[in-house]
Write a protein that binds this ligand. Sequence first.
Ligand code: GRE
Ligand code: ZN
Length: 333
Amino acid sequence: PLRKIAIEEHFMDAGAVHGGKAFDPVAFARVSGLEVDFVKAVMRRMNDLHEARIEEMDAAGIDVSILSLTAAGIEGIADPAAAAIAARKVNDFLAETVAKADGRYLGFASIPFQDADAAVRELEYSIGELGFKGVMVNGYVQDPDQDVGHYLDEERFLPVWEAIAEMGIPVYIHPRPSLPQVRDAFYGQHPELAGATWGFAPETATHALRLVYSGLFDRHPGLNVILGHLGETIPYFSWRIQRCFEYNPLGHQVEKRLQDYLCENFYITTSGNHFDQALICAVLTIGADRIMFATDYPFEMSPDAAEWIEKAPISENDKRKIAHGNARALFGI
Ligand code: GRE
Ligand code: ZN
């Protein structure tokens, strides 16, 4: 069978993230636009890091899962000092989990972007000492005082990007629910559209485009950002974005076309988007060398993701790159 490495595979460390308070499925369901029963079922699988998860990996032909803290994770913590403490706990917990898993798990670091110095320290610890393969960031970073978020194109984050670029590790930008003011304005009477149905995609795509048009990749041409869900709609829309930016750059000049940044600075994954037509758009836009397999466990069932990629209407060679080859090369597995 097609061997796989899966790279958007979540766990939850509720004790660390919620400062010892129990996870609240009702609150999570409300902000994520989910049914409470769905959240409860997902959380049972989320908290299993041993038997059932490994069995599901075996059934799907997944040799290695790169684990990441589920959204909103550290980014959702308002107090910078609490964020730094929580990130350290989560990273230590993940390192122990990886160490016990006989090579079946690797990890993405959580870092406290709320405080750039602390984030760089946690990078050095989690990448340098714990051996994690990159950073997972769950969208915008909570402000300590107001219900606003900070996207990673802000100047305050430049030292963190510099350290990331120097280490040569990728950053996976994962969705988190939009800020309340965006949710209310966009989705008011339609909470069913706010989450993974639709809202996560424009939220995360906007974040990625802000990075591009901030000139981040001109400053760090070797930097790699990973997007899930077959690129959060960006491949499909990339031609129009480039076209309309050329007409109306509004002072934001960058050195290359969006298509060039996609091919040089982005990877996308197949997490939670088992759609042949979207895959083909991605293959024709960014290329099979920059697409990687992921399942979005536990929000999706890994065998569904596996069966889909096995049957996808692309070449055997592309399938092998997507299933495991690109991840082996990028992460040195
Ligand atoms: C996720 O990956 O974080 C996620 C959610 C809610 C629904 C679906 C989903 O947080 O993939
Ligand atoms: Zn996910």
